[in-house]
Design a protein around this ligand. Structure first.
Ligand SMILES: Cc1ncc(COP(=O)(O)OP(=O)(O)O)c(N)n1
Ligand SMILES: Cc1nc(C(=O)O)sc1CCOP(=O)(O)O
Ligand SMILES: [Mg+2]
Length: 202
């Protein structure tokens, strides 16, 4: 089934409990610096919330916990790929999204036959320090020409206002963190995102 074009990322199951009822259909749980038991509980809660709301959950980084908790989709960056057991991941039936930031990383992403490829940062991001400067919309067009039918995710500095440009440039999906989580009214912003991305399901 095609992935929803609106792909928000949150750092707790609390965010999912708050925002999934609005109709979010694709979400990533991206948690950093927590102990394994906390991670397991968060993943478990996110899994159950997503099941209740018919939302596709994508677990960032923690592929072993995702398998153990019966999740079916993970996201790995290039450094995560260094340590991941792709055979075990595929054997467990998980789908896989992979980050890319330059040509070499795109080649490596393609080699693992991913279920989507993310390109970032399209615009400057305040979420984390990155060694890549903004990629710009033209890079999305280049990436899409190279990857063909594999869904392309635009991430980094994305806003509701910037989403139409990303779709026009070739993105299939737009992923976002702080435009929602730092908004004074996250619920209202999610509704704006849903309106801006509706109709882009391919
Ligand atoms: C959709 C999406 N794209 C890129 C990333 C970044 O993954 P990674 O490079 O592994 O960095 P961290 O998010 O783990 O800090 C992502 N999580 N999601
Ligand atoms: C987690 C992440 N990965 C990126 C990449 O380029 O791989 S950019 C990014 C942060 C996205 O947050 P915001 O929407 O607040 O800019
Ligand atoms: Mg990672």
């Amino acid at each position: 089934m095609a992935l929803d074009p609106f792909y928000p990322i949150f750092d707790s199951a609390d965010w999912l409990e708050r925002l999934l009822p609005l109709g979010v259909k694709l979400v990533q749980l991206r948690i950093k610096n927590k102990d394994e038991e906390t991670l397991r509980m968060e993943i478990r809660r996110a899994r159950d919330l997503c099941a209740a709301h018919q939302c596709q959950l994508i677990v960032n980084d923690y592929w072993r916990l995702a398998i153990e908790e019966g999740c079916d989709f993970i996201h790995l960056g290039q450094e995560d790929l260094d340590e991941a057991d792709l055979t075990a991941i595929r054997k467990a039936g998980l789908k896989l999204g992979v980050s890319s930031h330059d040509g070499a990383e795109l080649d490596r992403a393609l080699a693992v036959r991913p279920d989507y490829i993310a390109l970032g940062p399209i615009y400057p991001t305040i979420l984390k320090k990155m060694k890549w400067s903004e990629q710009g919309l033209e890079r999305l067009t280049e990436w899409k020409a190279q990857i063909g039918d594999i869904p392309l995710v635009a991430i980094g500095g994305m806003t509701v206002e910037r989403a139409p440009g990303a779709f026009a440039a070739g993105a299939d999906i737009v992923s976002v963190v702080t435009d929602i989580t730092l908004n004074a009214d996250p619920e209202a912003r999610v509704k704006e995102w849903m309106a801006a991305t509706r109709g882009h399901l391919r």
